[in-house]
Ligand binder design. Sequence first.
Ligand SMILES: Cc1cc2nc3c(=O)[nH]c(=O)nc-3n(C[C@H](O)[C@H](O)[C@H](O)COP(=O)(O)OP(=O)(O)OC[C@H]3O[C@@H](n4cnc5c(N)ncnc54)[C@H](O)[C@@H]3O)c2cc1C
Length: 398
Amino acid sequence: MICIIGASLAGDMAAATLRQEGYAGPILLIGDEAEVPYDRPPLSKEALTGDAPESRFYLRAESWYAEQGIELRLGAPVTAIDPAAHTLRIGAVEVVKYEKLLITAGARARTLPGMEASPVPAYVVRTLEDARQLRAALRPGTRVAIVGAGVIGMEVAASASTRGCHVSVVDFADRVMARVLPPELSAYMAELHTSHGVDLLLDAGSVSLTATGIRTSKRGDIDSDLIVIGIGVVPNTELAAAAGLACRDGIIVDEYCRTSDADIYAAGDVTRYPNPFGGGDIRSENWKHAQNQAVTAARNMLGKEEAYGAVSSMWSDQYDVKLQTVGDIGTGAATLRGEANSRKFMLIYQNEAGVVLGALGINQAKDMRFVQMLVEKRAVVEPGLLADPKQDLRKLAA
Ligand SMILES: Cc1cc2nc3c(=O)[nH]c(=O)nc-3n(C[C@H](O)[C@H](O)[C@H](O)COP(=O)(O)OP(=O)(O)OC[C@H]3O[C@@H](n4cnc5c(N)ncnc54)[C@H](O)[C@@H]3O)c2cc1C
């Protein structure tokens, strides 16, 4: 029996991969949430703004799991793992034996002290239930204060503003999405938001909750009808740590997605893994990583020895902008392709030898696929070719 703890993107992908790879034995996919496994990216976007039924966000039809012979246990928290006995416990008493175990326990939203007791309702956005509650509260004219100008905070700002709310965003950082964007793109995204009426209070100092909203140490008080906390996530490592698995802000896995126990693997947001492009180990909190690492973990659980080497990539949708990044955009020299500050351009990053390290695209979904191929190949390209929109990136990547 292969058990998977966490019935979300990584767990679901791993279960599917096990079947695709011909594993015919029993698979138990265990999730503590009561919902059919669903996708999280829509939760800060169309789940807040659109009218699509929630089933649109499900990863698969509920019937698929039974058809595949995958036992799906929902509303079932795993409370302990005993690596020596090869067992795990669900809830208070049920003990299940596994041959191999995969942990895809993901991450939870970081909260602020006093949030539960806040007189002004305070929300995070991590689960479908979070999105349901926030959506119901986002009525036109509502004053929304968002703590955290990271990706989730800015996506919620775009959604709330689209719903006709008055939106303020505070952060101690002096620019938006500082963790994922270079300064010039932070400025671009900030301008996008202010043009939609969002009030950005950056370099705001420390933040606390008050009876009427939030207080910042440098930018004063913001009265609001509701508060959204978007200050990052905490990996769900407690179960693994209690079982004696090596953890450090994530469950530590090797390039084969194996934890410090030979029969226990981990994948997705919960892992800290060796950066395939060097520079120590990293933790990634994005969809592509969770999907790709889960596929590699599943294959390795079946005896393959594949190193996880996917190039990191993420996207974010805000208003009419699809922002995407791939690879390393923190170092190297940037070449502009397209018109800067327009609604369609790309910055491509290369090292001194001309190796394509990464790229950042605004509404460039098609071309980003080809740049990703260039990054994966560590291709050396003349910057002038990358800058010329008439040059077909598909051909350069071939
Ligand atoms: C609002 C939002 C918007 C996002 N937008 C984007 C985007 O636009 N682009 C992008 O690239 N990424 C985006 N992401 C990130 C992406 O969704 C995550 O990287 C991805 O969901 C990680 O998948 P995972 O399976 O590793 O972990 P998770 O999705 O966190 O799933 C882990 C599951 O394990 C369960 N679990 C934990 N402990 C236990 C236990 N003891 N027993 C049983 N079950 C347990 C959890 O409840 C959860 O259901 C977004 C995330 C959020 C929250």
